[in-house]
Design a protein around this ligand. Structure first.
Ligand SMILES: C=C(O[C@H]1C=CC=C(C(=O)O)[C@@H]1O)C(=O)O
Length: 371
């Protein structure tokens, strides 16, 4: 008898073989991709097909999972699962002081004209012995509008997350991306108002994306900027779209990643600042992940009233990539939660600290719901 969806994931975990399980935003079905050996494949040039998992540091290799076996679960049963316990990390004063210093250094470099915006982050360690599958199921329960995933490779590690941010989608020559930045707490039925700091922070991302796509994407369009909910937070979002060719896909991804929503502007200077000044390795946090060149087959009719001879099969490719935010890494019986925020000349270090605390609750809620 074939194994059921979650049994198959458990069995792959037991055999220490690579897989990813995920659900796209607002979709019902959950998908899992299994690689049947533990080979570590690196992405070459974006012409390949597979599930890609790329680190923040765009000079480090991205990993590709082969689609040896693909399983679908039609729907995951609904259950609202809100933990009653009061959630929150208990950060050491040392971590707090380090982050304030880091943010102050960022603000000083912005004021000195070295860059316009930088995203600074930290990691939080939480002890838990909850099974990975329970954490994934809690993600699915809690975050319907996010891209929820559990990714595992025995030679790399295990990551989980519920990200609100699309890096890009590409299908039938149509490319879409988004500028997502600016954060405030979500309050029921209240239309958020945004301060200048957040508006500028998000505008810088939009400008950067539009410029990065110039010459690579034609018919560029953008929607008006709107407020979107992500867990218990709100962000500012502008959707950007246009037409592109398959040959340009790699160049477009390289031009976008890492965007100033996770790195800064200009890219080179801020990436160097982050790698030098943050006291830890982001690894896959603020990298990207998703389906690369997945094939869909369709039967098409060449003419109305056609005969069978006029039916041909067309194969199109789909790419759907997400920025790896609101994520955590499971290392034995501990979990590392990763959180950051955009710093501009108007940032207040203590408020920026508070924003990372608020963002950490997205994953802390999941851990608490499973304990
Ligand atoms: C870097 C993160 O969020 C980014 C995405 C949305 C809003 C952000 C902000 O307001 O700073 C960040 O740019 C994170 O969640 O760790």
């Amino acid at each position: 008898m074939p194994l059921d969806f979650f049994d198959k994931i458990d069995s792959h975990l037991e055999k220490e073989l690579p897989f990813v399980a995920y659900r796209k935003p607002n979709e019902e079905s959950v998908k899992a991709i299994f690689q049947n050996d533990d080979g570590l494949l690196h992405l070459n040039d974006y012409s390949e097909t597979g599930f890609v998992f790329a680190p923040f540091d765009s000079d480090a290799p991205a990993i590709l999972l082969r689609l040896d076996e693909v399983l679908h679960l039609d729907a995951f049963p609904d259950k609202t699962n809100s933990p009653s316990k009061n959630i929150g990390e208990e950060p050491g004063e040392e971590q707090h002081a380090f982050h304030l210093d880091l943010v102050k250094k960022g603000i000083a470099d912005i004021k000195a004209g070295k860059f316009d915006k930088v995203v600074l982050s930290r990691s939080i360690t939480v002890k838990t012995d909850t099974a990975p599958l329970s954490l994934f199921q809690a993600l699915l329960h809690q975050y319907k509008t996010a891209f929820c995933y559990l990714w595992y490779h025995p030679k790399v590690g295990m990551w989980l997350g519920a990200t609100p941010e699309i890096l890009l989608t590409f299908h039938n020559r149509k490319l879409t991306t988004m500028s997502l930045a600016g954060t405030q707490d979500y309050t029921d039925n209240v239309n958020p108002t945004w301060g200048n700091k957040e508006l500028e922070e998000q505008q810088l991302v939009t400008n950067y994306i539009l410029k990065a796509l110039e010459g690579k994407v034609s018919n560029l369009e953008r929607t008006p900027t709107e407020s979107v909910k992500a867990g218990a937070l709100m962000h500012l979002r502008t959707k950007i779209s246009g037409n592109a060719t398959q040959e340009n896909l790699g160049a477009i991804i390289n031009a976008l990643h890492p965007t100033p929503a996770v790195c800064g502007m200009p890219k080179g200077e801020t990436k160097a600042f982050i790698l030098r000044e943050e006291n830890y390795d982001r690894e896959f946090y603020t990298g990207f992940l998703g389906e690369l060149n997945f094939k869909t087959e369709r039967n098409r009719n060449t003419r109305p009233g056609n005969t069978e001879n006029n039916v041909y099969r067309s194969i199109s490719k789909n790419t759907t990539l997400f920025v790896n935010l609101r994520c955590m890494q499971r290392i034995n019986d501990t979990i590392q939660i990763y959180v950051g925020g955009g710093i501009t000349k108007d940032s207040d270090p203590e408020k920026e600290w508070g924003e990372t605390v608020a963002k950490s609750k997205t994953m802390l809620k999941v851990i608490l719901a499973t304990e």
